[in-house]
Design a protein around this ligand. Structure first.
Ligand code: AMP
Ligand code: MG
Length: 348
C-alpha cells in the first residue's frame, strides 16, 4: 500500500483533510497528530476498520482502543449514561489529554473495545485531530500510531518508520506538545480510578471531582495485581539495550551513573545515559542525551520517547537513566520509564 503523506505542519489543508476524512469513512486508516502522541485513526463504529488498526500495529486484540470525538454531544450515542463527574471533567479538561471510561452503547462494536462492555473516550486538543474527526464521521478509534512494542510516536517520522506502507495516510502536524499518552480515568465504578497517569494528574482531577484513586497495580510490581486498563499489563516497550533507572538525590544519582557508565566503558562496551540539561555536562563517559530541563518538566515528557528511539539506533549495551520524579508529570513519566526498564531501579 502507498501511504499518502499530508504535510500540515504550517496549518490545516482543507482539501487534504476532506480526503483524509473520506479515507476514514471508506474504512481506511489515517495517522494524525494530537497534543499527546500521534494516533492511528479508523472509524470507531466500523468493526472492520478497528480490525485493521490491530493488524497494522500488531496489537494484541484484547487491548481496547480509545474513541476520539470532536464535540461533547457526540458522547450521547456511544455511551449508556454520562455521570455527573464526567460532565465536570469534560468541562475542565476537554478538549485535552484526559480519557474517560464509560459503559458502552450498542453502537460501539466489540472489535473497538477489545470485547469489553465499556468504552474509552477522549476529545483531543489539536486542530488537525478535531478537523479529521469531524470530516471522518465523528468517531475515530485511535491508539498510538506505533508498532506495538515500540515507544509511542511524537513525530510524523516515527509513524512513517513504523507504519509506512501499512496505512492509507499520515498527516504531519509537526512535533507533539505533551509527548506522553493521555491520563485514563474510569468512571464506571463507585469511585473514579486512574488507570493510566498522564499530563492531567491525580491532584488536578481531585480539584474537580473530589476523591480519585490510582489503580494499585500501577504502583507495585506485583504479579497478583492486574491493571484495569488491559494495555497497561504489557511491557509496552523494551529498549534493545538494558535500561536501568537510578533514583535518589541529584548528586548521588549523578555519581552512581558516572561510576556505572565508566565501568561499562572500561569493559569495552558503550553506555548510554539519559540526563537533563542541568546534568548532561557532568558525565565524562558514555553517550549522553538530555531528555529536557527539570525547570520545565513537560520538555522531559516531550523528548523521552524520542531519546529512547534514538538509543535503539545506537550501539549501546546499557542505558542508565536519571529518575524524573517531577511535581506534575512525574508519575506519568516514571510509569512509562519504569515499564521500559522492566522495573530495574537502583536506589542511591
Ligand atoms: P493507546 O491508545 O495505545 O494509548 O492505548 C489505549 C489504552 O487505553 C490502553 O492501555 C487500553 O488498555 C486502555 N483502554 C481503552 N479502552 C479501555 C476500557 N474500556 N477500559 C479500560 N482501559 C481501556
Ligand atoms: Mg500505545
Amino acid at each position: 500500500m502507498q501511504t499518502i503523506k499530508m504535510d500540515m505542519t504550517s496549518g490545516i489543508d482543507a482539501g487534504a483533510m476532506k480526503m483524509a476524512g473520506q479515507i476514514l469513512k471508506d474504512g481506511g486508516l489515517v495517522a494524525f497528530p494530537t497534543e499527546t502522541v500521534y494516533g492511528l485513526g479508523g472509524n470507531a463504529l466500523d468493526a472492520a476498520a478497528s480490525a485493521k488498526i490491530y493488524a497494522a500495529k500488531g496489537r494484541p486484540s484484547d487491548n481496547p482502543l480509545i474513541v476520539h470525538i470532536a464535540d461533547f454531544d457526540a458522547l450521547d450515542s456511544i455511551v449508556k449514561e454520562i455521570p455527573e463527574t464526567a460532565r465536570k471533567l469534560a468541562e475542565a479538561f476537554w478538549p485535552g489529554p484526559l480519557t474517560m471510561i464509560f459503559r458502552k452503547s450498542d453502537l460501539v462494536p466489540y472489535e473497538t473495545t477489545g470485547g469489553l462492555e465499556t468504552v474509552a473516550v477522549r476529545m483531543p486538543n489539536h486542530p488537525a485531530a478535531l478537523a479529521l474527526i469531524r470530516e471522518g464521521g465523528g468517531y475515530v478509534a485511535a491508539p498510538s500510531a506505533n508498532t506495538s512494542g515500540k515507544p509511542s510516536p511524537t513525530k510524523a517520522s516515527h509513524v512513517a518508520d513504523d507504519l509506512d506502507g501499512k496505512i492509507n495516510a499520515i498527516i504531519d502536524g509537526g512535533d507533539v506538545g505533551i509527548g506522553l499518552e493521555s491520563t485514563i480515568v474510569d468512571l464506571t465504578e463507585a469511585a473514579p480510578v486512574i488507570l493510566r497517569p498522564g499530563y492531567v494528574n491525580q491532584e488536578m482531577l481531585r480539584q474537580v471531582i473530589g476523591a480519585v484513586e490510582l489503580d494499585q497495580a500501577l504502583l507495585r510490581d506485583d504479579p497478583n495485581l492486574h491493571p484495569k486498563a488491559p494495555g497497561m499489563k504489557y511491557r509496552h516497550y523494551a529498549p534493545k539495550a538494558s535500561l536501568t533507572i537510578v533514583e535518589g538525590t541529584s548528586e548521588a544519582v549523578t555519581e552512581k551513573i558516572k561510576a556505572l557508565a565508566a565501568a561499562e566503558e572500561a569493559a569495552g562496551h558503550r553506555a548510554g545515559i539519559i540526563a537533563t540539561d542541568e546534568t548532561a555536562a557532568l558525565y565524562p563517559d558514555g553517550i549522553v542525551k538530555s531528555a529536557g530541563t527539570r525547570a520545565d518538566e513537560i520538555t522531559i515528557a516531550m523528548h523521552l520517547y524520542n531519546v529512547l528511539r534514538e538509543f535503539d539506533e545506537l550501539e549501546v549495551s546499557k542505558i542508565f537513566s536519571e529518575a524524573f520524579e517531577t511535581p506534575q508529570m512525574g508519575q506519568a513519566i516514571m510509569n512509562r520509564l519504569i515499564k521500559a526498564a522492566g522495573h530495574q531501579i537502583i536506589k542511591v
